[in-house]
Structure formats: structure tokens, C-alpha cells
Design a protein around this ligand. Structure first.
Ligand code: FAD
Length: 408
């Protein structure tokens, strides 16, 4: 690509930001437009269900960079600006207000949005919230008052984190999970058990294998929930954390290949070689299967890899999955991806620390480290190097560093 050619990035979240910043770092001299429909400059989402929701973090600290960064780097940041369509023939994107931005390369970093409950079962009542944006948190700011009754629908990480915050702030919290156990899609029974006990020990009324029949209320505002087992519980508000769906509509309308995400190759290129996709919206090949990763680390790494691809210096994207979650006084750090495991080994740690090691046969796939930063660091290095210490060593080695010494 000509070094002065324009790059347009749709979506000013973590992945769009990373792409823009890396393009400049790698020396791209042409125009870069970073177009986002939210009103805020790019910010981190993880604190929205953690420190920011708890009121322990200011909005300024959410921002990935101060506003001055974009002028300094000559990145044209357009906020409150929604891209309505991509015209692949004329190579431009068109905004809702009719403005058009020509591109030599286009990057889709449109992220994902929360799945919602149908209106027919009360999903659109006032007091039913999701957690994805700063605006979502502003909308529920008055709700987190001691003594109020919160219902959390969904026992994934976002739901559990929100439940922990609400409980810490003195609310009366019920969390329901439709599956047989919390974290059932992403973690082993050992990790689920640990977090179930943690929440219950803090007074969260955590109910698994419990579906929601409907939310109900008066004058358009939620005041109760009816559960699948017929139980009716009084609630002041509900937080729905039942997963996300990728924002693929622009890509679909432009005729790009999609399937639960925008399909990309090893260089993050879509089925149109001039268009790339990164972050939560991108579906890539991992061990022979297509996956999307919904994590900060992936958004950063894919942004960097797409920038390299655009500038013709790509070595291909190699995913290094990692994730974390904060609940009460517990920090969970996850290295690798556990899907496909057939065995889990528990490594005890000092005090409340412990870690769960996922194997498929002899191969180490992933580690969930609870309050054990040292073990997490070692596990991450092992997994990224493709090394698998024996389960016996994992359980018995006193010093985590000894795990690095095991056979490759
Ligand atoms: P997003 O951050 O969703 O950004 C996409 C942006 O594109 C949005 O601003 C959207 O409005 C905009 N957009 C979409 N369509 C258009 C359009 N047509 N025109 C203009 N703009 C558009 N990850 C972790 O690793 N650890 C955690 O602990 C963790 N906790 C989380 C907690 C919460 C509450 C949430 C919501 C997420 C959490 N994540 C966590 C996930 C992580 O935040 C996401 O994976 C990451 O933000 C994805 O970045 P992205 O840029 O792909 O998408």
C-alpha cells in the first residue's frame, strides 16, 4: 500500500484504538480515521463491571489515552459517528449524516453487543440493564443503593462481577444461571465450585439450573421476576449478562463472509483483501476451528497484527489467549483456552491461592489461577511456549519456577 494512503477504522473501542496506534508506531504516514458511534474516546470496558461500577475509578481513568493523544498522533477521531454502510466499489464508508470517508484499507473493529431478553418476557422494562458501555453504567447509577434488591440474569464473568459489586455495596443480590453451573461455557467444574462458594459466602443467593420465565412490573418498570420453577421474587432492578453477539451487520450488507463474526484469515484479512476485522467481531481459525475471543488481550494483539498486515509486514496472527476477572477479594487470571480439555488438576497455593490446570491428554491447554499471580505468569509462559509439565509436577512442585524445568 502507498504510504500516504488512507486507512479507515470503524469502531473506536479497544481493537480499533490498538490498530490506529500501531499503524502510527509502525510508521504509516497517511491519514487514519477512527470512527466510533459512542460519545467517549476509546476506553477500557473491564472496569465497567469491576472498579468503575463499584465507584472506585473515575471516568478519566477509563480512557485508553487522553484526548490530546489523537491530535498528537494525527489520528482523526470521530465520536458519536455511526458508519451506515461500506461501498466496496468506490472504496468508501458512509456515515449516518452522509459524510463519506475513502479508504485504501478498511478495518472493522465493531465489537459486540449484549444479547437482550425479548420484550415479550419483560426485557424492555425500565430497570432492566446490560453492561457494555459507559452509558449503560450511567443509566444504572442510581440503582446501586444499599438494601435494594438486584437480580442478575446469567452466571458468566460479567454477571458474576456485577453481582459481587452489588453485594459489596450492600444490595440484596440474587443471581440465576440457566445452565447446570455458573461459568459452564468457559471453565471447569472446579472453577465454578470455587466461585459459587465465594458468592454464597458473601450472601449472594446464587441459583443454578434456574431459568427466567419473565420479568414483570407496573407502569413499565420492573418490580418482580418469575423463575422457571414458578418462584416469584421481588426485585428493584435486573442486570442481564447472557452473552454478546458480534456486530456484523455492516460486513453482511457489504457482502463479506460472516458466520458468528466476520471471517478473517491468518493476517486478519476478510474475504475482501482490502478489508480487515479485529477484536470481538472477528472470527479466526484456532486449532482448526473458528472462534472469536472476547478479551482485551486479543483486541490489542489483533489490532497490532492488522496494522502490520496493512503495512505489508505481517508475520501472521498467533493468538495468545489470556483473561482475568475480579470478584470480591479474588483475582482470577486465565492463561490459554480450555476448550477440549479432558482432565483438570488442582494445584494448591499459599493461603487462599490455588490454580486449576486443564489438560487434553498430556497437553496443557489452560490454567485458571486464583489469587496466584506467580503461577499465572509461569503458566502463561508454558502455554505460549507449547510446554506441558506433568500433572504430578504441577501438584507437587513447591516453587512455581520448578514447573519451567519440566520436560518440553
Ligand atoms: P468494543 O470494545 O465493543 O468496541 C467496538 C466499538 O465499535 C464500540 O464502541 C461500538 O459502539 C463501535 N461500533 C460498532 N458498530 C459501529 C458502527 N457501525 N459505526 C461506528 N462505531 C461502531 N476482557 C478481558 O480481557 N478481561 C476482562 O476482565 C473483561 N471484562 C469485561 C467486562 C465487561 C463489562 C465487558 C463489556 C467486557 C469485558 N471484557 C474483558 C471484554 C473486552 O472488554 C472486549 O473483548 C473488548 O473491549 C473488545 O474490544 P473491541 O474493540 O473488539 O470491541
Amino acid at each position: 500500500m502507498d504510504g500516504a494512503a488512507p486507512v479507515v477504522i470503524v469502531g473506536a473501542g479497544q481493537a480499533g484504538f490498538s490498530t490506529a496506534a500501531k499503524l502510527r508506531d509502525f510508521g504509516h504516514a497517511g491519514p487514519i480515521a477512527l470512527i466510533g458511534e459512542e460519545a467517549s474516546p476509546p476506553y477500557q470496558r473491564p472496569p465497567l463491571s469491576k472498579a468503575y461500577l463499584l465507584g472506585e475509578m473515575s471516568e478519566d481513568r477509563l480512557l485508553l489515552k487522553p484526548s490530546s493523544f489523537y491530535a498528537q498522533k494525527d489520528i482523526e477521531l470521530l465520536l458519536s459517528a455511526r458508519v451506515e454502510r461500506i461501498d466496496r466499489r468506490s472504496r468508501e464508508v458512509v456515515l449516518a449524516d452522509g459524510r463519506a470517508f475513502p479508504y485504501a484499507r478498511l478495518v472493522l473493529a465493531t465489537g459486540a453487543r449484549p444479547k437482550t431478553l425479548p420484550a415479550a418476557i419483560g426485557g424492555e422494562l425500565d430497570g432492566v440493564y446490560a453492561i457494555r458501555t459507559i452509558r449503560d453504567i450511567a443509566a444504572m447509577s442510581g440503582a446501586f443503593r444499599p438494601g435494594r434488591r438486584a437480580l442478575v440474569v446469567g452466571g458468566g464473568y460479567v454477571g458474576l462481577e456485577a453481582a459481587a459489586v452489588a453485594s459489596k455495596l450492600g444490595l440484596d443480590v440474587t443471581l440465576i444461571e440457566a445452565g447446570p453451573r455458573i461459568l459452564g461455557r468457559v471453565a471447569a467444574a472446579e472453577t465454578s465450585t470455587f466461585f459459587r462458594e465465594l458468592h454464597r459466602s458473601h450472601g449472594v443467593d446464587l441459583r443454578e439450573a434456574t431459568t427466567l420465565a419473565s420479568l414483570g412490573g407496573a407502569h413499565g418498570r420492573i418490580d418482580h421476576a418469575t423463575l422457571g420453577d414458578g418462584a416469584r421474587i421481588a426485585v428493584d432492578f435486573a442486570i442481564v449478562g447472557i452473552g454478546v453477539q458480534p456486530n456484523v451487520e455492516l460486513a453482511v450488507a457489504a457482502g463479506l463472509e460472516t458466520d458468528d463474526g466476520v471471517l478473517v484469515d491468518a493476517h486478519l484479512a476478510t474475504s475482501d483483501p482490502l478489508i480487515f476485522a479485529v477484536g470481538d467481531c472477528a472470527s479466526f481459525l484456532w486449532r482448526g476451528q473458528r472462534i472469536r475471543l472476547e478479551s482485551v488481550g486479543n483486541a490489542i494483539d489483533q489490532g497490532e497484527a492488522a496494522a502490520a498486515s496493512i503495512l505489508g509486514r505481517s508475520e501472521g496472527f498467533a493468538a495468545k489467549p489470556w483473561f482475568w476477572s475480579d470478584q470480591f477479594d479474588v483475582k482470577l487470571q486465565i492463561a490459554g483456552l480450555s476448550s477440549g480439555y479432558d482432565r483438570v488438576v488442582t494445584r494448591p497455593g499459599a493461603g487462599a491461592a490455588r490454580s486449576f490446570w486443564y489438560y487434553r491428554g498430556e497437553e496443557l491447554l489452560a490454567v485458571d489461577a486464583v489469587n496466584d499471580g506467580r503461577v499465572y505468569m509461569v503458566a502463561k509462559r508454558l502455554i505460549e511456549a507449547g510446554r506441558s509439565p506433568s500433572p504430578e509436577l504441577v501438584v507437587h512442585a513447591d516453587d512455581p519456577k520448578a514447573l519451567m524445568a519440566g520436560p518440553a
